[in-house]
Design a protein around this ligand. Structure first.
Ligand SMILES: C[S@@+](CC[C@H](N)C(=O)[O-])C[C@H]1O[C@@H](n2cnc3c(N)ncnc32)[C@H](O)[C@@H]1O
Length: 243
C-alpha cells in the first residue's frame, strides 16, 4: 500500500512552501513594499541621470567598494588608511582588508545596532550584536562606540593617523551620517573619497544619507564630484570649494 503524508513528506512540502513564499514576497511587483521600492528606484534613476553623468556604474557592492579604493589610490597614492563607519559582523571590512593587505583599516561601530529608526527601511536597534565585536583580520582595528564620541576619541588617540585614503559610510541613517561627515570635515580640506553603501534606490532615500550629505556639503561648502554608483551605493570625491 502506498504511504502518503509521512512526516518526511510533510516536512519537505513545508520547506518548499516556505521557500516559494519567501521568493514570491520579494518578487511580486503588485505589493505595497515592492511598489515603494520601484518608485524609489525610478526617483534615484532620475537623480543619477541629472547629476552623475560621467560616473561609472557597478552591480556588486563588494566589487564596487574595491573599485572605489583603487580609484582613490590613483588620486592619493601615499595614503594607507581606510575608515569604515558601520561594521556589523565585519563582512565588508574583512573582504577589503584581505584584498588590500598593504592598507590599514579602522572600523567604527556601536555593535549595538542602529541608534535611530532607518526611515522606510528598518527599526532602531537593527543589527544589534549585543556589543560583541566580530573577528577581524590583522590589518583591521575596531573602535566601539557611537560615532559622535568614538571617532573624535580615536583621532585624539591617533594624532599621526593622517588623512584617509577613503571613508566607507555604511551606517544607514541620517543622524549617524551627519556625525560621520562632520568628523570628516578636516579631511575634506585635503580631498577625500567617500563611498556610501546606502545612498539611494530604496524607500525614503531622500531623508537618509543623501540628505545628510546635501546638508553638510552645503553648510561646509564642499564640491562633490560623483565617481560611481551601484544599485544603492554612490562614491564621490569631496573637496573644499575655492570660492
Ligand atoms: C548595515 S550595518 C554595516 C554593515 C557592514 N558594513 C557590512 O557590509 O557588513 C550598519 C551598522 O552601523 C552601526 N551604526 C549605525 N549608527 C551608528 C552610530 N551612530 N554609531 C555607531 N554605530 C552605528 C550599526 O550598529 C550597524 O552595525
Amino acid at each position: 500500500m502506498t504511504r502518503i503524508g509521512t512526516r518526511a513528506e510533510v516536512w519537505f512540502s513545508n520547506v518548499v512552501a516556505s521557500f516559494a513564499r519567501y521568493v514570491a514576497e520579494r518578487t511580486l511587483p503588485e505589493s505595497v513594499p515592492m511598489l515603494m521600492r520601484r518608485d524609489a528606484v525610478l526617483d534615484s534613476y532620475g537623480h543619477a541621470k541629472e547629476v552623475m553623468q560621467g560616473a561609472y556604474s557597478f552591480l556588486d557592492r563588494f566589487e564596487g567598494l574595491t573599485l572605489s579604493i583603487q580609484e582613490a589610490r590613483k588620486r592619493f597614492p601615499t595614503r594607507k588608511l581606510v575608515l569604515e563607519f558601520g561594521v556589523y559582523k565585519g563582512g565588508m571590512i574583512n573582504y577589503q582588508a584581505r584584498k588590500f593587505a598593504e592598507l590599514n583599516f579602522v572600523g567604527f561601530d556601536s555593535f549595538e545596532g542602529l541608534q535611530e529608526q532607518w526611515s522606510g527601511m528598518a527599526p532602531k536597534g537593527t543589527f544589534d550584536l549585543g556589543g560583541k565585536l566580530p573577528r577581524v583580520r590583522s590589518n583591521v582595528a575596531l573602535v566601539k562606540g557611537w560615532f559622535a564620541e568614538s571617532a573624535p576619541r580615536w583621532k585624539a588617540e591617533n594624532p599621526a593617523s593622517g588623512t584617509p585614503l577613503l571613508v566607507h559610510v555604511d551606517c544607514d541613517t541620517y543622524a549617524a551620517t551627519v556625525d560621520v561627515l562632520e568628523f570628516c570635515a578636516n579631511y575634506v580640506e585635503q580631498g577625500l573619497v567617500l563611498h556610501f553603501d546606502d545612498y539611494f534606490g530604496f524607500p525614503d532615500w531622500r531623508t537618509g544619507g543623501f540628505k545628510a550629505l546635501q546638508e553638510v556639503s552645503e553648510k561646509r561648502r564642499w564640491r562633490l564630484t560623483y565617481l560611481s554608483y551601484g544599485t544603492k551605493e554612490v562614491a564621490l570625491l569631496a573637496e573644499a570649494r575655492a570660492d
